[in-house]
Design a protein around this ligand. Sequence first.
Ligand code: AMP
Ligand code: GLY
Length: 423
Amino acid sequence: MKILVVGGGGREHALVWKIAQSPLVEKIYCAPGNPGIAELAECVHIGADELDELCAFAKAEAVDLTVVGPEVPLTMGIVDMFQEAGLDIFGPNKAAAQIEGSKGFSKDLMARHQIPTAAYKSFTDHAAAVNYIREQGAPIVVKADGLAAGKGVIVAMSEEQAIAAVDDIMLDKVFGAAGASVVIEEFMDGEEASFFAFTDGRNILPLASSQDHKRVNDNDEGPNTGGMGAYSPAPVVTEKLHDIIVDSIVRPTVAGMAADGCPYVGILYVGLMIRDGQPRVVEYNARFGDPEAQPLLMRMKSDIVPVLQACARGELQQDSIDWYDKAAVCVVMASGGYPGAFEKGLPIAGLERAAMLDDLVVFHAGTKLKEGQIVNNGGRVLGVTGLGNSVREAIDKAYEGVAAIDWQDVHYRKDIGARALNR
Ligand code: AMP
Ligand code: GLY
């Protein structure tokens, strides 16, 4: 098979790494890819949001299956376009991708199908939104309706902070059109986890549990980021909780989307808040998590390609995935300054040394090749991912890799996995 992976971050490197192990695959393309991916796939100079060019490429090269990493092409309708062209593609269509693309859509879906989540109300009127905040009091959470690159959620500890957020989103339009409507919801306390399931629109295939680290600094301090590290499995998700998540959230979500005439195909990402053994949905995403994909795919023993293909074709029969009985931990090495401004083009040392370590893979995210040297080119630069017989061993392995790598102003958290150890 010829496979095209769309995207060029750490998640796509992990997908390419896993797909490359499949005996079914003879050729992998990645658009646009990155220097790490280039070691395993042919990188094509097409951006992940250049849908016409991607579709023309897949047709010209007779690609058998396209796998979409990021949300933007999904919400733009890449799946609809490929399907019209008769091409197999893994991911939700434009209508179903609203589950991530519109907070109002996902909240209404959960309300309609009794899926546990925070109480909420949607507003297009600024004064009504402010009144509601005054009525409800703080803490309270304000969300821009549309995609805002992970920055559209404000967890407000005071009414003033919440109203300032509504002003920013609705009056000053800091997120542009994504802020035409806001969702205001109840603050949920608890421990977060990420839960993923493959689905063909009807059948589901849940993955192992995982946990992200969203804040930029140790002890979950500082601003939110795309994710500074992740591990799998997540001990907070016990076997019992796994079943509750599948039965009370994943199945009703997939069945609800189908019943609403909007079947969801691809990988469903459920962001959870867990308290007293009860999960509630924080948000859905229409794609694999980044960095959660890195530890999850390193632990996955089953071939991923038949699963991706079966989902794309609406024929998912498989009901379980084999996992290595190991823990995996991914430590993200980021550019100093991220998630704010940072310098690009700084040479990265030590990649060859890290590559010699066993049970360790350095997934590339924001890297670039400049005059024969790999340099940083984004906020999150590398996802150093280690495997071990225990979380402790996997943490030590990942940080052994981190210690081998260096560049000017590099930043990473020193406490990835600590919460799993504390349990
Ligand atoms: P989201 O982009 O919806 O994942 O939100 C980003 C982060 O904001 C989440 O990972 C949570 O840490 C936090 N968050 C979002 N909604 C809530 C809520 N209702 N209660 C508490 N925290 C929330
Ligand atoms: N790790 C969070 C995300 O992929 O959205």
